[in-house]
Design a protein around this ligand. Sequence first.
Ligand code: PLP
Length: 381
Amino acid sequence: MTTSTALNPPQRLLCGPGPSNVSPAALAAMQQPMLGHLDPDLHEILSEVVALQRAAYRADGGLVLPLQATGTSGMEAGLANLIEPGDVAIVAVCGFFGARIVEIARRHGARVVEVQAELGEHVPNDRLLEALDRHPDARLLAVVHAETSTGIEHPLAELGAELGADRDVLLMADCVTSLAGVPLNFDAWRIDYGYSCTQKCLGAPPGLSPVAVSERALERIRSRRAPVPFSFDLLALERYWTERPAVYHHTAPILQIYALHEALREVVIEGLPERWERHERAGRFLQDTLRARDLELLADPERQLAPLTAVHVPEGVDGKRVQQRMLREHGIEIGGGLGPTAPPIWRIGLMGVNATLEVAERVIEALDAVLATEPVLASAA
Ligand SMILES: Cc1ncc(COP(=O)(O)O)c(C=O)c1O
């Protein structure tokens, strides 16, 4: 093995389900001088990150911080803190990530009630409320706001409104593909625990999981009988992120935090409604153009997410080969189906800096060029 060549990865246009391309400002932030994790100057930056993240989630109360984690660990941290062995958790499952919540909740000892929908559909809120009526002792209700495996957006605002303030159940929302990409209002929608990632609509590199925790969820955590895993101890993390002098918990990923700071600052400067609108315009343009080419989309059009579009691979076309050619010949990454039960689909993401009409056009032009020269398998011809 030779070690004489410096790293030189190729340029890509990342239009799969994530990661998306990092915003130039977030990338540049990672070149700033390193500070120590107990340096008071870093702690000022941490406080700014928390304030910016509160704005992105629209979460004024409770606890808001980024975990040293990816989206999956943000999911697991929520389940580890909010569930105790034997608790009933109701989980909406209409794709890969709802199923992942089920698996992790079970590993933390939950008795899980799954409420399922077909791929490309969402789980209607009245079915979730019926499940709650059947299991009034449920401690947690979990939904994926933006199901990246299918392109479905859950009607989360309505769920919060229908749940009302009186029920004791906590509402957990996977906001991995929704934060800073589609309308989300943590406080107004009665969410108790939201988790996200940095590498999708925020436009920062992967590695952190911005979370928001309601006051009600914090009370639940404070009254737990069973301890939580040390790395996911939200109350201990709070002492590092918000108490001064900060109490050491782990060595914070400083450069990732700089990148998140800049990515969040860009969100606030652009304005949340404007950013949601930009994602909406790009996604709808892509979807209309694909439909105009007789390509079928997987998701129910009523619930189609803007930042992620799942497209059925036309019969007779080798979907994997098309993905490889998009990458090799055009430098564009698009995704395929996720998990063993996924149908043959492509998943196209327009997230963060890539949520523009220009990027959508580049993807369509490349797809047109590849499909025009792809052999159609004999069985479908
Ligand atoms: C909806 C959703 N939840 C959770 C995750 C897991 O995030 P990560 O891959 O950062 O662990 C993803 C990743 O794509 C996702 O799309």
